[in-house]
Structure formats: C-alpha cells, structure tokens
Design a protein around this ligand. Structure first.
Ligand code: GLN
Length: 195
C-alpha cells in the first residue's frame, strides 16, 4: 500500500518511518498530482492554521476532498485532525470539512501542554502509546462518527468510514499499531474499489 504523508509542514518524517515499520510504502506529498498514485493519505501534526494556509495555496483543499470522495482513506493526527473537522470551536472557518465533528484546539491548557499515556483504542487489542502535544479534543460528533477512544471522558480517536483522526501523535513512539490499523483501512478500500 502506498501511503502519502502531506509534506507541507509538521511531523512528516516520523509518519513515513511508522508507515514503513507497519509494512506500507510511504510517499512525501508536496504536489496534488501525487495523490492519484496513493492508497491512503496522512495529514500530520504541526500547526493547523499553517497547514490550512499552505493547503489552500497549493490546491490541496479541493484535491483532498476529491481523494476522499473516491473513498480513499485519510488519517489526521493532531493538527491533521483539526484540518479534517467540519467545525472548529471559536473559528468561523474550518479547512477540509470532511469529518462530521466539532474540535477544540489546544484543549488541554498550559498545565498539560504535553504528556504521554497508554490509551485503549477500539479495534486494537492492547492500549497504544500516545503522545499529546498542545493537543486538540473532539467535542462533538455526529452519529456517523465512531468514537474509538476517550481520555478522561473526552474523545481523542474517531473514525467516520474511511476517515480516521487522533488528537495525539502515534508517530512519535515505536508503537506502530495505529499505522497498521490505517494500512488495513487502505487495504479494505483498495479491495472494495476493485469489486
Ligand atoms: N496546537 C496545534 C494546532 O492547533 C496542534 C498541535 C500539534 O499538532 N501537535 O494546530
């Protein structure tokens, strides 16, 4: 499976390493034309306003909406989760508006700016290692969205069909199981597209 990592800003190399470790073929995506060769796309953490601005500048908003419209899986981590959301608390404008959820940015406050924890995730046997850095939270989801994990009663992993989002950075650990989970989503989508 060829998995692209949107390489406009943020933790790109770390996702590429994790995809490789999980058995996929990573591709750094800098131009929209590259999307056509991919089985899935990761939108990394970083700064969502910067990533959003660069996505607009280089035509990625329409191109990724089209990619999603073909049923191809997308995984947003941290800032990438914010970019996927339909609504962002306190902001008039969102970015891709693909996942039917409301997110709050920097939702843990100063006290808990960054921390690590073992997080149980639906569909993965044992808890995964999760690194939170100025992380967002998912405040509200529609019935189309499946909640895969919560941390202190707040939603931090969610899936809507072929779209996956995590508040935290799975790529900053040596635990590659969430990337393996995403690879399975890409395999299923590729198989379904062939039918
Ligand atoms: N706080 C960042 C934002 O709002 C996200 C942080 C991250 O991706 N680690 O975009």
């Amino acid at each position: 499976m060829k998995i692209g990592v949107l390489a406009l800003q943020g933790a790109v190399a770390e996702h590429m390493r994790s995809i490789e470790a999980a058995g996929g073929e990573p591709v750094a995506v800098k131009r929209t034309e590259q999307l056509s060769e991919l089985d899935g796309l990761i939108i990394p953490g970083g700064e969502s306003t910067t990533i959003g601005k660069l996505m607009r500048k280089y035509g990625f908003i329409e191109a990724i909406r089209d990619f999603s419209g073909q049923g191809k899986p997308i995984f947003g981590t941290c800032a990438g989760l914010i970019v996927l959301a339909e609504r962002i608390e306190g902001q008039e404008e969102a970015h891709l508006e693909l996942m039917d959820m409301t997110v709050a940015r920097n939702a843990f406050g100063r006290q808990q700016e960054s921390f690590e924890t073992d997080l149980p995730v639906k569909g993965i046997d044992e808890p995964i290692r999760a690194v939170f850095i100025r992380a967002p939270l998912i405040k509200e989801v529609s019935s189309q969205v499946d909640v895969l994990s919560t941390y202190k009663d707040e939603i931090v992993t969610a899936r809507q069909g072929h779209l996956l989002a995590s508040s935290y950075h799975p790529e900053l650990t040596d635990d590659f199981r969430l990337h393996a989970y995403f690879l399975d989503m890409a395999k299923e989508a590729a198989a379904a597209a062939k039918e």
